[in-house]
Design a protein around this ligand. Sequence first.
Ligand code: SAH
Length: 340
Amino acid sequence: MARANAAYYAHHDPFADFTTAPEISQVFGEIIGLWAAVTWELLGRPRPVLLAEAGPGRGTLMADALRAIGKMAPAFRAELSVHLIETSPRLAAAQAVCVPEAAWHDRVETLPAGPILLVANEFLDALPIRQFVRRAGEWTERYVHDGRFAELPYRGARPPSPCGFGLLSRPKLGGGGDSCRSVAKRCPDVLELRESALMLAEALGARLAARSGAALFLDYGPTESTSGDSLQAIRDGRPADPLAEPGNADLTAHVDFAAFAAAARAAGVAVHGPIPQGIFLTRLGLFQRTDHLAGNRHPAEALALIEAANRLAEPNRMGRLFKALALCHPACPTPPGFES
Ligand code: SAH
């Protein structure tokens, strides 16, 4: 999956296959930019500060965020430098058009040192996963070989778990997802391990605990760890066979928020959420800002803006399956949107 997805992002315009929140409404990026600005204030205005985005796609979110920050939070704008983490040269070129001031990096772990505000939308779901299948009581690991799934006996000392190999406590299985990106095929005999995401949670957790900073992830998946096969391919806006034409469809898997949060917490950082995206965006003024924008537009454009906000927030559309999760320096007060 890692190689197929790297090839996919390197050679395709993913936005021909699926639409993400920043491409649906400019208000999404504006809200996230202002979330970073307010959180920077809560952290005591550390300076200079990095504003980073992981997996920025076309650069739309960051461009919208910077415009809003420039208007509403000039002190933050004056102190920040922009850093984008992107592995696809094709998408990095598109980002350079929208955000010419950015510096590019391959990995979160290789960002320059210093206080950081990091944001990421639909990034974690693009990271590679491992899948384990139980057959007659024995675990096997599922690989892709010659365009087909193949299974090899799993010989680890500990049984596989969504949190690693028994290193962290195993969260209870349950929960489930809804809508938009399709729901995982729940099956107690398939387990997914998101090693890349867990390693990122650990590295970022340690960095944020040691220095000032915070990170905001918006992505889709259930609140509790759940078993089952969540690997999906999306082509032309529709589910596709994950093995057909590797590198030609976007491969994604549900984010395991419970395991991600546990790994970050173990590294010393405070975790807020996950909470449903619809609640998060509504608390931060999605509809007020949309109404304000719509007030100056022709009726058809105004309706499209309101429809876009509804799509992001309604529970049976993107509002509930998508979640917001924040990692913050332990001394940081609760960041905006996560108040209980
Ligand atoms: N955040 C954007 C794009 C989401 S698509 C939006 O919401 O529109 C996933 C993005 O992550 C793409 O930009 C893809 O090239 C990037 N990406 C995927 N795997 C990556 C990795 N391992 N490291 C860095 N970027 C990655």
